[in-house]
Design a protein around this ligand. Structure first.
Ligand SMILES: NC(=O)c1ccc[n+]([C@@H]2O[C@H](COP(=O)([O-])OP(=O)(O)OC[C@H]3O[C@@H](n4cnc5c(N)ncnc54)[C@H](OP(=O)(O)O)[C@@H]3O)[C@@H](O)[C@H]2O)c1
Length: 266
């Protein structure tokens, strides 16, 4: 699809959550390069302003900075209200994070918070934007989920569960909205070279088959119509096809072996 066709279908304005870093920042850049104005959302507003200062002159588009903490139950409605005057044709609900380790090592408050950021806010953002998209009869919603959403994730149990919710939410909306001319894609990346790995105590240089966030964002937008779910990495497409073809118990045991924290491996 040419940039003009993309902008006609999903423009004139896109909204990207988690745009201060990683895959979300790449989405904002790729969308700006396609000629869309972009509303960029995250907590680190300074980073968003720096992104706007770089992309606006480069691509001749407008970036609107919205500082929001998506663990706040009111955040989704605040974003919907703050953008009421903008003709948003594309919602990229991308912000999210995880943590790994034994289930009982996680702080209960952190568990509740990750559920808000990874599930509740994306669900309510979509609730806010779907009526606007249906009224326009065109546009799209892209959720950034994870390959971990396809299967329970031992030692990443809470994160994988949040992404399982997102895969199901995205598939349901795909079924509802595709007949109305609205695209829905649930993007399921594997390991991607962003700050997320370091935030989980993982050194990205120790990971194999890692993709760049720019490639993940570009491929996702190029494959918007190839949903309902889309895995951008050939390696992860093959390994999850294999895992999902196995008896579920065997697949979970294989995952548990691979994911067990090094300190706990015997
Ligand atoms: N990296 C991977 O290997 C990988 C693999 C599969 C799926 N994913 C998914 O890809 C998405 C993007 O992750 P990434 O790898 O690009 O990570 P990242 O570089 O750490 O970016 C995460 C983004 O989410 C935002 N965010 C986190 N908590 C937030 C909150 N409470 N309120 C508002 N914004 C918040 C962060 O912004 P602020 O901190 O500025 O608020 C940041 O912009 C996530 O949904 C993640 O689960 C990543």
């Amino acid at each position: 699809m040419s940039n003009n066709e993309f902008a006609d279908r999903y423009g004139p304005v896109a909204l990207v959550t988690g745009a201060s870093s990683g895959i979300g920042r790449s989405f904002a850049e790729v969308l700006a390069a396609k000629g869309l104005d972009v509303v960029v959302v995250a907590r680190r507003a300074q980073r968003l302003h720096e992104l706007a200062a770089r992309l606006e002159p480069q691509y001749g588009v407008k970036l609107t900075v919205l500082e929001a903490d998506l663990s706040d139950a009111a955040a989704a409605q605040q974003i919907v209200n703050a953008t009421a005057s903008l003709d948003i044709g594309l919602l990229v609900s991308n912000a999210g994070y995880g943590f790994k380790g034994h289930y009982d090592s996680a702080d209960p408050k952190a568990m509740a918070e990750v559920l808000m950021v990874n599930c509740n806010t994306p669900m309510l953002l979509a609730r806010g934007f779907v009526p606007r998209l249906r009224q326009r009869g065109r546009g799209g919603i892209l959720f950034t989920s994870s390959v971990e959403g396809f299967l329970g994730g031992p030692y990443s149990t809470v994160y994988a569960a949040t992404k399982g919710f997102m895969n199901s939410l995205g598939e349901g909306l795909w079924g509802e909205l595709t007949p109305e001319g609205i695209s829905v894609l649930t993007l399921c990346p594997g390991a991607t070279d962003t700050e997320a790995a370091r935030n989980q105590g993982i050194d990205p240089s120790t990971l194999r088959n890692v993709m760049s966030p720019d490639d993940v964002a570009s491929l996702a937008l190029d494959n918007f119509d190839n949903g309902p779910t889309y895995i951008p990495s050939e390696h992860y497409r093959a390994s999850f096809a294999h895992l999902l073809s196995m008896p579920r118990r065997d697949a979970l045991m294989a995952m548990a072996k691979a994911m067990k924290p090094a300190s706990a491996k015997t």
